[in-house]
Each structure stands twice: as structure tokens, then as C-alpha cells.
Design a protein around this ligand. Structure first.
Ligand SMILES: Cc1ncc(COP(=O)(O)O)c(C=O)c1O
Length: 409
């Protein structure tokens, strides 16, 4: 049987065609990727790169993981999608697994992070409205990132993402994170929900203290608001435990947790997991999606959960090894201001804006990105080994050796 062939084009032609036909909303790095294996990606010329960003936290099991490839092959030949009009075998077991690992009780499946956040916003609004139509305010935090759709954007505390699209949702109060006085002043009977990332990702890898998360829990309870933890970037194994909110003792449970990125090892799948109180806000017909929770994505996610269970000790061990190496680098380069994160969610903050170092990284065979202007962000696959960390540290040392603020470079 013949399938359509896509002509192999040189990298310059690939880029040219995109420039001609794609919305110019991305500023891509000049790299055309062809295939991946484990923690390594290969370009069209066969040059390899250590993938320390894993598709922004998505390729959690690296590339071409044999168990994931096998499950995709098997399931694709059986059933890819059937809509939410009917049952298939995998949503139930996957929802059970998510509940067991998150401490939540019910799950809604969607396709992306921003959609999970939209669903959570709707739950928060529906929760408030059934108490009082004036109870619709949402509290969120500066520096946060919750997605690009209008609701998620409304609670994203970074003006650069919001401003071109204002006015956004009414009733959102964006507070400085960890400012207890501001929180105390903002929370009222009109507050319907509080959204927070237990580790801010896009905002520069800032872990929230357990005491602060507990304070948010307390304030949400005091005004009968729903507490939402956005674990789209920091959740499902990346911090070395299932969820970043479980890093604290005692753990702080939200009413709703939003999930996506790593969940289906590269396929699009998002989810909202919540307790019965939050779940009761949604009656049949109030929310839905065509693609969300398809058979292929859910089957792959089930396999992903089984693999991650085995990998959690490795994530902790290799994460600690990586942090120790980065702290050594910090001793060598005085412009490294801080090394932050948990498990395999890592931020290295420099004293100066460092986006230009991403191209240096590519030159040295390393893929990472820079967020919040000054933070080198690494979200490597969970299968990363100590040997690969040594490669990463060696490459970073070379990148940092010549690092200067761009104006002085
Ligand atoms: C914490 C957090 N929430 C939401 C999103 C949005 O997810 P998506 O890009 O899948 O819509 C992201 C994406 O980076 C994120 O990091």
C-alpha cells in the first residue's frame, strides 16, 4: 500500500516555506529536527543534541520510548478516537490512576493545558454563581502563566501576554506572590477561586513555599472559594513526586488540579482532576470537548503513568545529581545568581538577560530555553541519566565560559 511521500527538503527550504505560509507568531531557533531517541534529538544533517527541554516538558519519556512506540502502534490500529458520545476502555482506568496519584476524586479530559485551565475557570465561576451571582472574583499571581486562551490569559500575571488582548475577564485580581497582607485584603465573600502554580514555570522556575500554599488553602476555605493548583508544567512526576504540592509536609490538597504537558508522552492530552465539591459544579451539558480523552491518547497516558511510577526514584536521584553539578558551576561563575527547582524542573538564573545563550547551547549540542529573560530553564526527559547530566554540565560550562550580557558581547 502506498502512502503519500513528503519530499525531503533542505533546512533552508523548510524555514522558507514556513515563513511564507505560517502565522508568524513563533520566533523559532534555526534547527530542523528529524528524529529522536532517548534524551537525544537529531537534525536533518544527523547532528545530535541533548534534549534538556523535552518539547517544553512534554516528551517526558524522551523520544521513541519502546513501550510508548509499541502502545501507539497497537492502539492506532484499533481505535484512535471515537468522541465523547460513547465509552472506550481507557478513560476510566486513566481517571482512576490520576485520582490515586493526585488525591482528587474525579477527572475531565481535554487536549492541552490552556483548555484544562478554562475548564477550571468555568468550575470556579459555576461554584461562585450558585452561591451568589456577585461571587465571581478570581485571585491569581504575578509572574504566573496559565495559558493563551482568553480565560487562562485573564489569570496570567504577566502583562506582555495579556495586554494586546485586553479587556479580558472581569473580576480577576492579580497579587504579588507570597504577599500575605495583599491576600488578606483581596479575599472576600466575592472570591470564587484562587489559582496558583506550586512551582511557577514560565515565570522563571519559582517554587512556592509549603507555608504559602497552606495559607492559600486556609484563605480559600475561609471564603468558600475553590483552590486550583496549576500543575501543567510542574506536575506528574517532574518534581520527583507525582505532584509538586506533595513535596510539602503535610501536603496541601487543592480542590482542583490542572494537568497536561507530559501526560501522554508527547501526544496532546490535558486533564482537570478535582474533588467532589468542585465536580458537583458541572452538570451534563455544561462542559465538553470533541477531541479530549481519545482512546489513543488515554491508552498512551496509562502506559506513561506505569513507566513514571518506576522512574520516580531515578528522577529524584538524577535531579539531585544535576542540582549538585549546577551548584558547582555557580561556584565557578559569579554571574549565576540562583539555581532553583525540584526534581527535573530546573532554573538557573543569571545576573543578565541571556536569551542569546540558547543559540550558544545549540552550537554546543544542548537544547534548553530561557524564560523570564534571565533564567535558563531545563525540563529534561525523566529518563535522563547521570552520564547525560555530565554531558549537560560540560556543555553548559562551555556556554557559560563565554557568556556576557548581549550589549557587551
Ligand atoms: C503552568 C502552565 N499552565 C498552563 C499552560 C498552558 O498549556 P498549553 O500550552 O498546553 O495550553 C502552561 C504552558 O506552558 C503552563 O506552563
Amino acid at each position: 500500500m502506498k502512502i503519500m511521500e513528503v519530499a525531503v527538503a533542505p533546512a533552508s527550504a523548510v524555514m522558507e516555506l514556513e515563513r511564507a505560509y505560517l502565522l508568524q507568531n513563533y520566533s523559532r531557533y534555526p534547527l530542523v529536527l528529524k528524529r529522536g531517541k532517548g534524551c537525544w534529538l537529531y537534525d536533518a544533517a544527523g547532528r545530535r543534541y541533548l534534549d534538556l527541554i523535552s518539547g517544553i516538558g512534554v516528551n517526558s519519556l524522551g523520544h521513541a520510548h519502546p513501550r510508548i512506540v509499541r502502545v501507539i502502534r497497537e492502539q492506532a490500529a484499533l481505535l484512535i478516537h471515537s468522541s465523547n458520545l460513547y465509552y472506550h476502555e481507557f478513560q476510566g482506568p486513566l481517571a482512576k490512576r490520576i485520582c490515586e496519584t493526585s488525591g482528587m476524586q474525579r477527572v475531565f479530559f481535554c487536549n492541552s493545558g490552556t483548555e484544562a485551565v478554562e475548564a477550571a475557570i468555568k468550575m470556579v465561576r459555576a461554584h461562585g454563581r450558585r452561591i451568589d451571582p456577585q461571587k465571581y472574583e478570581i485571585i491569581a499571581f504575578e509572574n504566573s502563566f496559565h495559558g493563551r486562551t482568553m480565560g487562562a490569559l485573564s489569570i496570567t500575571g504577566q502583562p506582555k501576554y495579556r495586554e494586546p488582548f485586553e479587556p479580558l475577564l472581569e473580576g480577576v485580581r492579580i497579587l504579588s506572590p507570597c504577599d500575605d497582607a495583599a491576600l488578606e485584603a483581596a479575599v472576600s465573600s466575592r472570591t470564587a477561586g484562587i489559582f496558583v502554580e506550586p512551582i511557577q514555570g514560565e515565570g522563571g522556575i519559582y517554587p512556592m513555599a509549603g507555608a504559602w500554599l497552606r495559607r492559600l488553602r486556609e484563605m480559600a476555605d475561609r471564603c468558600n472559594a475553590l483552590l486550583v493548583f496549576d500543575e501543567i508544567q510542574c506536575g506528574i512526576g517532574r518534581p520527583g513526586v507525582w505532584h509538586a504540592y506533595q513535596l510539602h509536609e503535610p501536603p496541601v490538597l487543592p480542590d482542583i488540579v490542572t494537568l497536561a504537558k507530559p501526560m501522554a508522552a508527547g501526544l496532546p492530552l490535558g486533564a482537570v482532576a478535582c474533588n467532589e465539591k468542585a465536580a458537583s459544579t458541572i452538570a451534563p451539558g455544561m462542559h465538553g470537548t470533541t477531541f479530549g480523552g481519545g482512546a489513543l491518547a488515554c491508552r498512551v497516558a496509562l502506559e506513561f503513568y506505569a513507566i513514571v511510577e518506576e522512574l520516580l526514584p531515578q528522577i529524584r536521584r538524577v535531579g539531585e545529581y544535576f542540582f549538585a553539578g549546577l551548584r558547582e558551576l555557580q561556584g565557578q561563575f559569579s554571574f549565576i545568581r540562583e539555581v532553583r527547582g525540584a526534581g527535573l524542573m530546573i532554573g538557573v538564573e543569571l545576573d543578565f538577560p541571556c536569551k542569546h545563550l540558547v543559540n550558544e547551547g545549540i552550537r554546543h549540542g544542548l537544547l534548553f530555553n530561557v524564560t523570564h529573560e534571565k533564567v535558563i530553564r531545563m525540563l529534561p526527559p525523566y529518563i535522563l541519566t547521570e552520564k547525560e547530566v555530565d554531558r549537560a554540565l560540560g556543555g553548559l560550562r562551555k556556554v557559560l565560559r563565554n557568556a556576557r550580557p548581549v550589549s557587551a558581547a
